[in-house]
Design a protein around this ligand. Structure first.
Ligand code: CIZ
Ligand code: SF4
Length: 303
């Protein structure tokens, strides 16, 4: 009898598929993936692979971004309901209205947006390259709209000295992390360093020894001499950190920082997606065409 992992491996070969998993996925899903990373790294992998099918273990906007950049490949999202509440906080219509009120502004959107929103943007960024893009690409811009994450916008504003026209979006998972959690964990582990994601509240990032995207965090924990690390992002990333640094100890800053959408993907759903060719992500061609340019610029700005 084949177990589920063997079944997935066999079907993957048969269908010439590759499995990409985000850093926030369940441990067992990360372990069967060909590549684990952030949305920037996963999009780059999706674009460069020879595979015909991409099983995207992440949330909808990530699979959609991969599809727009690799339209000739079949992109499957194992659970069609794996969305991102932050991405759903702004629609294309709402961004068009905001743009109409600031006609001269350049529009920078976070990768956590729908293709329809990306189609309205000049540039798209991830948390790994937002600061660089504002400093380099938008240097000459007089006004910048930065949507939808108000906390990421606040962080990038602090780093660059720029101010933005923002939207009131936020990540409900990162918003659960409170300064009290940081104080408590620091008191419990006085030798630990604290790392935070820029989607956290400013009151939390201000307490951090390092603020970084998930890939930036993975690099930092390998490079720091610290052996104890308090992790201020979605708890799923700790699986990868432990695997890459077996001698170090990791503490989630809050057990509540769990993204229910990232956890929707299970091994069973990965198998079913390969068996039944579901659920195909394929944004309308006209929207994909308009979103392409902003995504292309994002992929060229690698940290
Ligand atoms: O860009 C990503 O993958 C997200 C959502 C977070 C990060 O910092 O990697
Ligand atoms: Fe969206 Fe937050 Fe979940 Fe990331 S962790 S997918 S930003 S809800």
């Amino acid at each position: 009898m084949e177990n589920i992992i063997q079944k997935i491996q066999k079907l993957k070969r048969k269908r010439q598929a590759v499995i990409l998993a985000h850093n926030y996925q369940r441990p067992e899903v990360q372990d069967i993936a060909d590549f684990v990373g952030d949305s920037l790294g996963l999009s780059i992998q999706a674009a460069s692979t020879d595979a015909k099918v991409i099983v995207f273990c992440g949330v909808h906007f990530m699979a959609e971004t991969a599809k727009i950049f690799s339209p000739e490949k079949t992109v499957l999202l194992p659970d069609p309901d794996a969305g991102c509440p932050m991405a759903d906080m702004i629609t294309g219509e709402q961004l068009r209205e905001l743009k109409a009120r600031h006609p001269g502004a350049k529009v920078l959107c976070y990768v956590n947006t729908s293709a329809e929103v990306k189609a309205e943007c000049d540039l798209c960024c991830t948390s790994a390259n937002a600061v660089t893009m504002v400093r380099e690409v938008l240097k000459g811009a007089k006004e910048i709209i930065f949507a939808p994450d108000q906390y990421l916008a606040a962080y990038v504003a602090e780093q660059t000295g720029r101010s933005f026209i923002t939207w009131h979006g936020f990540c409900p998972t990162h918003a659960k992390i409170l300064p009290e959690d940081v104080e408590r964990e620091k008191a419990l582990h006085p030798n630990a360093v604290f790392i935070a994601h820029p989607e956290c509240r400013p009151a939390v990032t201000h307490l951090a020894d390092k603020v970084a995207s998930t890939e930036g965090m993975c690099r930092y924990v390998q490079e720091t001499p610290a052996t104890e690390i308090i992790v201020g992002t979605e708890v799923g990333i700790i699986h990868r950190m432990k695997k890459e640094n077996p001698e170090k100890v990791f503490y989630p800053v809050s057990e509540l920082a769990v993204c229910p959408n990232m956890k929707r993907t299970t091994l069973e759903k990965v198998l079913w997606s390969l068996e039944d060719n579901v659920h195909e992500v394929n944004p309308p061609a006209e929207i994909a065409r308009r979103a392409y340019a902003s995504i292309e610029r994002m992929l060229n700005y690698r940290p």
